[in-house]
Design a protein around this ligand. Structure first.
Ligand SMILES: CC(C)(COP(=O)(O)OP(=O)(O)OC[C@H]1O[C@@H](n2cnc3c(N)ncnc32)[C@H](O)[C@@H]1OP(=O)(O)O)[C@@H](O)C(=O)NCCC(=O)NCCS
Length: 399
């Protein structure tokens, strides 16, 4: 009988994130090539990993057709040159795809069925615009199961502003500007680059190398943000400046049992403490991380005050503010999104969950005084996902 195991995050990497569309750096790059490139980078960084021992490869995408189709985990494993004995599968939970890849393989590891697994996600929003090819069941409308504007993520963010009038546009813009400032500072300090796998890219000018995220706008000011249009509602509050954008990118991680990580000398950057997903009203999906975090905290026997570092996906500034407001955390709390977030970096849907983990893992190393960290995100059609991690570098001293 297999014994239950502790689960650890051994390592994670990502491609730089691009701007989606014909002018974006990955327009001529296939989605599967992005995730293959990231996986090869992960394997090269972990030469001690016995590749034939990998139990599974779980790769997410929100749209699973074309260059994101054909059971990504398996195709990516073959294309990355993993032994043919290594199986793989595809995952979808919209924005929380990569997060769900991690929690799904973690479940198998925890149960003692797997020792080593690859988990990640990819989204090429240029090749696969949000919702493309979807055919929502007419019952959603006919039976008023879900309002049609629940399918527009920006419209759901406007509804958070409606429900919590104290979360003003000014606060959202301020949070968004800080995201840009924090990311620029993190790039300057060299915190982001070590986990980026450069990608060869083709454009009209010939071949080049993508080495940095393409979307950041470090020049962002409150004045500039104030002038932007509100595409989701006339005279609304959600703009291109206080939303995540449309992006292309891939992330991938190596998840293992604590025992396998020790046995093969792989190391562990984080220990998984608990995880949870929760559903909320689809029309106001951005509040999803609140109940999922409450569930994950309860399972861990922790309270929000125990969390020393937060990596919250910034789908929309107002949506993160609703989370902070709920838990009584200040908009500019230094524990939150230390290096900025998706508003600045980008949010290639199904890849973002592991991007949060990559950053939290690095921050744990730099903050041995922090014991617990949270990665959390909202998910289309009204869900939230949260994973609580423990810092293996924790030294018991206050930061
Ligand atoms: C909001 C959204 C519609 C904007 O799309 P877009 O119009 O293609 O965005 P752009 O990057 O072209 O920005 C629009 C304008 O705002 C400007 N802008 C964007 N961010 C800015 C900033 N930080 N400071 C100043 N100007 C900014 C751009 O320069 C552009 O100006 P222009 O029209 O004069 O060229 C799109 O990003 C979106 O749908 N985001 C949400 C994605 C989503 O739902 N994800 C899932 C979450 S659950």
């Amino acid at each position: 009988m297999a014994e239950r195991s502790e689960v650890v995050f051994v390592d994670g990497v990502r491609t730089p994130f691009g701007r989606a569309g014909e002018k974006g750096m990955y327009w001529q790059t296939r989605a599967d090539d992005l995730i293959v490139k990231a996986l090869i980078g992960l394997l090269e960084r972990n030469p001690k990993l016995p590749q034939e021992q990998i139990d599974d490869v779980a790769i997410a995408a929100a749209t699973q057709t074309g260059d994101q189709g054909l059971t990504l985990g398996r195709t990516v494993a073959l294309l990355a040159g993993l032994p043919r004995t290594v199986p793989g599968y595809a995952i979808d939970r919209m924005c929380a795809g990569a997060m769900t890849s991690v929690t799904t393989v973690a479940g198998a590891i925890g149960l003692g069925m797997y020792d080593l697994a690859i988990a990640g996600g990819v989204e090429h929003m240029g090749h696969h615009p949000m919702g493309s090819g979807a055919d929502p069941n007419p019952r959603f409308v006919a039976e008023k199961l879900v309002g049609m504007d629940a399918l527009s993520m920006g419209a759901t963010a406007e509804r958070i502003h409606d429900r919590f009038p104290e979360l003003t546009k000014e606060r959202a813009d301020h949070f968004a500007m800080n995201s840009q400032i924090k990311l620029a500072a993190a790039y300057k300090a060299g915190y982001i680059q070590p986990d980026l796998i450069p990608v060869a890219i083709k454009s009209e000018q010939g071949w080049g190398l993508a080495e940095r995220d393409e979307a950041p706008r470090p020049e962002t000011t409150m004045e500039g943000l104030a002038t932007l249009k509100t595409p989701f509602r006339p005279h609304g509050r959600v703009t291109a400046g206080n939303s995540s954008g449309l992006n292309d990118g891939a992330t991938v991680s190596l998840i293992a049992s604590a025992e396998a990580a020790r046995q093969y000398g792989l190391g562990a950057k984080m220990r998984l403490v608990s995880f949870a997903f929760a559903g909320v009203e689809p029309e106001i999906m951005g509040i999803g991380p609140i109940p999922s975090t409450e569930k994950a905290l309860k399972k861990a026997g922790l309270s929000i005050g125990d969390i020393g570092l937060f990596e919250l996906n910034e789908a929309f500034a107002v949506q993160v503010l609703s989370f902070l407001n709920h838990f009584g955390i200040a908009d500019d709390d230094p524990r939150v999104n230390l290096w900025g977030g998706a508003i600045a970096i980008g949010h290639p849907l199904a890849s973002s969950g592991v991007r949060l983990m990559i950053q939290l893992a690095r921050q744990f190393e730099m903050h041995p005084g922090v014991r617990y960290g949270l990665t959390a995100m909202c998910i289309g059609l009204g869900q939230g996902g949260s994973v609580i991690w423990e810092n293996p570098h924790f030294d018991g001293k206050k930061n």
